[in-house]
Design a protein around this ligand. Structure first.
Ligand SMILES: [Zn+2]
Ligand SMILES: [Zn+2]
Length: 106
């Protein structure tokens, strides 16, 4: 994606979320904010890729004995997640049965 510049002061604009959770571009210098239409910003933040949400399906997810790194509970739901790239191994995703903490194992 091309770098965006502030129409007011021509400083670099960076993607952020506003208080509604919408993606906007914000000028690093004067604070000018621009809406992003159509989700043109591709997230490359590694931290966001780590976020995994397992929704709803506790009834069908298998459980295993594994220690939750957050609360120390010894049982978690798990499933395998296929990564998009063929040369990366699949990842096992755990979710604590007690506190709901989600983590992954490589
Ligand atoms: Zn500006
Ligand atoms: Zn836990």
């Amino acid at each position: 994606m091309a770098m965006m510049f502030c129409p007011k002061c021509h400083s670099i604009m960076v993607p952020q979320r506003n208080d509604k959770g919408e993606e906007v571009l914000v000028c690093t210098k004067c604070g000018y904010t621009k809406d992003i239409k159509g989700g043109t910003i591709i997230k490359e933040n590694a931290e966001e890729k780590e976020m995994v949400v397992i929704e709803g399906d506790e009834g069908i997810l298998p459980k295993t004995k594994v220690e939750c790194p957050k609360c120390g509970n010894d049982e978690a739901y798990w499933r395998l997640e296929q990564t998009r790239s063929a040369d990366e191994p699949e990842t096992r995703i755990y979710r604590c049965t007690k506190c709901g903490h989600t983590w992954r194992e490589y």
